[in-house]
Write a protein that binds this ligand. Structure first.
Ligand code: ZN
Length: 105
């Protein structure tokens, strides 16, 4: 099984939230003290929410069982905006040659 998806990057999401909260704080004292353009920019940043985030996290996932009985699980992702990366790779020998126990014994 091999699957590729796109998602929202957790690092980008956190940075939008921080920028949004910072802009909200600055708006309280900025009125009349910053240019009209800067005030409009702060309003637009403060109004941003996670729905405006681009779907820039490329995700790849692969899960399979080999004929030798090794279960392989791989997950990898890369953000095209900020470069965030994460990988998870796990292999497990599930000892498939062991005879299953009968339910009637
Ligand atoms: Zn990102």
């Amino acid at each position: 099984m091999n699957d590729e998806n796109c998602g929202v990057c957790p690092r980008c999401s956190a940075s939008v939230q921080i920028a949004c909260e910072d802009a909200k704080r600055r708006l309280i004292t900025a009125y009349g003290k910053v240019s009209e353009e800067e005030y409009a920019r702060l309003i637009s940043v403060a109004a941003r929410d996670r729905n405006t985030l681009s779907v820039a996290l490329r995700e790849c996932c692969e899960v399979y069982m080999s004929e030798a009985g090794v279960l392989s699980v791989y997950y990898g992702c890369t953000c095209e905006v900020c470069g965030f990366k994460h990988e998870f790779n796990h292999k497990e020998d599930i000892n498939a040659s062991e005879k299953p126990q009968s339910q009637t014994e």
